[in-house]
Design a protein around this ligand. Structure first.
Ligand code: SF4
Length: 354
């Protein structure tokens, strides 16, 4: 697999290029919309925090804990990386390296960046057939017109010998824990995360996506040839095999993606959360749950309204007020302060009656 995220220390040149490119994009977009015309508060969260482009699967699932808390984190520029998060990502990296090597290559255009994502997706589907398992599989699609991208921790295939229709395709997410036992319940945010992965994966298997809409949404030129380093890798993989007319660009790589998914004959049918002990990475066991399409659709409908700015973010309901105890925004949270005020008013009204 090609990596473009985790090698800052070892490959400083690559990251300088990536950061520079991001900077240029931001300046260009800012000049499109002068800041005095549209202030931050008037923008939808999709425009304000994601530049109207790609949302991640966790952008949806993280709203399940407390929308308002997540909104405050977005305003603050994201969550600070905690030690637990750092250890968690080290465990993820180790697990990935057990399955395949990672090569870092420089990127020069945004088409290169998406080219790597598509390449890794094709690589991942091939691994699923060869090794019956794939890790860190990129996935994408649309939710109510919003482009969503994510990376599935693991998909595993368990063939049933004499009956292909009973083969199991297990989609799984790895979570690390400080406690040395698995939790009683899978939290809603993790359930929605996995259910959304499954939905996106199944839609790619069904081949119903519109690749031109993806290129337009992400402002990508599908015919722009990849930079030398990525073009070489793509050519070795495809052109020098059977595809003589193959040009190393997004349009052709997307055709290979569609072909790869054409080989997958079924949707993911088992959803798993696998827990690892944070201290030593040892396996603590797994929890399984059912895909609930109605529940997911209702949740997505609600969260899409937040992202499109059709409604304000909500704090937790009164029965979940315990979540506020450990919330770093509690002292200034308007939702919480209003709820306290309401409760005091109700108490006073009750006293006046009695
Ligand atoms: Fe949400 Fe409570 Fe935090 Fe407010 S204080 S953001 S309602 S968790």
């Amino acid at each position: 697999a090609l990596d473009m995220t985790n090698k800052e220390k070892n490959f400083p040149n690559f990251f300088q290029k990536y950061k520079l490119m991001r900077k240029i994009m931001v300046i260009r977009n800012n000049s499109d919309v002068p800041s005095d015309i549209k202030n931050q508060e008037e923008k939808s969260p999709h425009e304000r925090f994601r530049d109207s482009k790609s949302l991640s699967v966790t952008d949806f699932s993280s709203l399940a804990w407390c929308e308002l808390q997540q909104h405050y984190f977005f305003i603050a520029g994201g969550r600070k990386e905690t030690l637990a998060m750092k250890i968690g990502s080290e465990i993820h990296n180790k697990l990935e390296l057990q399955e395949h090597d990672i090569i870092s290559i420089p990127t020069h255009t945004k088409e290169d960046i998406w080219g790597i994502k598509l390449y890794n997706l094709i690589f991942g589907i091939d691994s699923l057939f060869i090794n019956l398992k794939t890790r860190e599989l990129p996935i994408f699609g649309f939710v109510s017109g919003l482009f969503v991208f994510g990376i599935i921790d693991q998909i595993e295939m368990k063939p049933v010998f004499d009956d292909i229709s009973r083969d199991e395709l297990i989609i799984s997410d790895t979570k690390t824990r400080t406690k040395q036992y698995i939790p009683k319940y899978v939290p809603p945010s993790v359930k929605f995360q996995l259910m959304l992965y499954k939905k996106l994966f199944d839609e790619l298997v069904q081949g119903t996506f519109d690749e031109m809409k993806i290129f337009q949404t992400l402002d990508l030129n599908p015919d722009l040839e990849f930079s030398k380093e990525l073009a070489n890798i793509v050519n070795i993989s495809y052109k020098e095999k059977e595809m003589k007319e193959f040009k190393p660009n997004l349009r052709n790589l997307m055709k290979v993606v569609i072909n790869s998914f054409g080989k997958v004959w079924k949707s993911c049918n088992i959803l798993e959360v696998n827990y690892k002990f944070q201290k030593d990475g040892s396996d603590l066991g797994s929890k399984y749950f059912d895909y609930d399409e109605n529940q997911l659709d209702n949740y997505l409908e609600k969260t899409v309204k937040y992202w499109k700015g059709d409604r304000k973010p909500e704090g937790v309901p009164i029965e979940d007020a315990w979540k506020c105890q450990n919330c770093e925004f509690a002292d200034n949270c308007e939702w919480r302060l209003n709820k306290i005020k309401e409760r005091e008013q109700n108490k006073r009204a009750l006293l006046e009656i009695t």
